[in-house]
Design a binder for this molecule. Structure first.
Ligand SMILES: [Zn+2]
Length: 381
């Protein structure tokens, strides 16, 4: 089987030869008689679930994690940070074990997992900043507890999202940074001084900036402006059209600059499911026809139901960035944040797609992960 296209980042015509689902050769050709783009496989550093699989339920198994990762390949996401959220000590252990065991039993899944993102439980207890995280499990940073989790995770926890105003958070951040973990601020009610202290301690990212926030806040100063204006912090953005209105996504990308932004899906298990009322994280949530997930009876969002590729499309639509820039926000940017270049570039990890410039749509043709063709449309057979 052969695929041909032009590389998105340097417009080089290439031909990819695949035999028995393995990449045999990628060679430059004089010209590509093709409108197909060849780009790096997408990297999503915040995935709670997908296609009905939920990492944060007590019943999650390693098979579920493998199935979730493989479902993500079908939509172009080649790498991810499975995201374990606020829960009891045992609940978090359980989710971490499922991810570690999935990586042990499937080497391609292991290749795909760039690290585990621990979001919580050291976050704000306030309604709004807490989002859909369960109040009864929100607590103060606890280094001993974190170390036990990191042992269970085989040292694979690589991002921690926390609220810097929690008691003991600043020394906790310093320890995480000393251990090579990316510290992200999120689900926070921090004062400007807390945010500055976190930056001084080595925090590098704002998790889904503009979300995990009160519905009403003081115009300024507030924790959104303060993080937006901090050049030391990168920002992950959920560009699904619900978590951030289009003008807010555009304004944040311009204020942060594209060099400090990256896209995340923050997908929950409902991503890929039909609209309706579901149980999620112990709460009733509604999935609307336009892919919005809300806590029933509130205006609070409870995770997203998009694929990362839709965030790329929306970035072009809302923020007027180029396709190349938008793809970079979901590939090169997260790769650099996690310092994962050596791992990502050691093997062939690509997506091939057609770009519909009129409707700003990515039509995926194939996904290659770890030198293996893991998805392709029928037309290419
Ligand atoms: Zn969150």
């Amino acid at each position: 089987m052969k695929f041909s296209g032009r590389t998105l980042f340097n417009n080089t015509p290439v031909e990819i030869t695949v035999v028995d689902a393995r990449v045999q050769e990628i060679r430059e050709v004089p010209s590509a008689n093709s409108t197909t783009w060849v780009a790096p496989a997408l990297i999503d550093i915040q995935v709670n679930g997908f296609a009905g699989f939920d990492l944060n339920v007590a019943t999650v198994t390693s098979e579920d994690v493998c199935a979730m990762v493989r479902a993500l390949w079908q939509v172009g996401t080649g790498f991810l940070c499975p995201t374990v959220v606020t829960g009891s000590f045992d609940g978090v252990c359980n989710s971490l074990r499922a991810v570690v065991e999935a990586c042990e039993m499937d080497s391609l899944v292991a290749h795909s997992v760039l690290g585990i993102h621990l979001e919580g439980p050291y976050i704000s207890a306030e309604d709004g900043p807490r989002g859909a995280h369960p109040l009864e499990h929100v607590r103060e940073p606890d280094w001993d507890e974190f170390q036990r989790w990191q042992d269970i995770a085989d040292g694979d926890i690589s991002i921690v999202t926390l609220a810097p105003e929690k008691e003991g958070a600043i020394p906790f951040i310093k320890k995480l940074v000393a251990n090579g973990i990316v510290v992200a601020l999120g689900h926070t009610d921090a004062a400007p001084s807390d945010i500055q202290a976190a930056i001084d301690a080595g925090a590098r990212l704002s998790t889904h900036l503009g979300n995990g926030a009160h519905a009403l806040i003081r115009r300024h100063p507030n924790y959104i402006w303060e993080q937006l204006g901090a050049d030391e912090l990168w920002a992950s953005l959920i560009v699904d059209g619900h978590h951030l209105p289009p003008t807010v996504a555009k304004s944040m990308m311009r204020a942060k600059t594209l060099d400090r932004c990256l896209l995340v899906s923050d997908a929950v298990a409902l991503a890929g499911m039909k609209p309706g009322i579901y149980e999620f994280a112990g709460k009733s949530v509604e999935l609307t026809a336009d892919r919005c997930v809300r806590l029933v009876g509130t205006e609070y969002l409870a995770g997203s139901a998009i694929e990362l590729a839709r965030g790329i499309e929306n970035s072009v639509r809302f923020a007027g960035v180029s396709l190349e820039e938008a793809v970079s926000l979901a590939t090169l940017q997260p790769m650099h944040l996690l310092n994962a270049q050596a791992h990502v570039e050691a093997k062939t990890n690509l997506i091939l797609f057609e770009w519909d410039a009129t409707y700003c749509e990515i039509n995926l043709i194939a996904t290659i992960v770890g030198d293996e063709l893991v998805y392709h449309t029928e037309a290419q057979q």
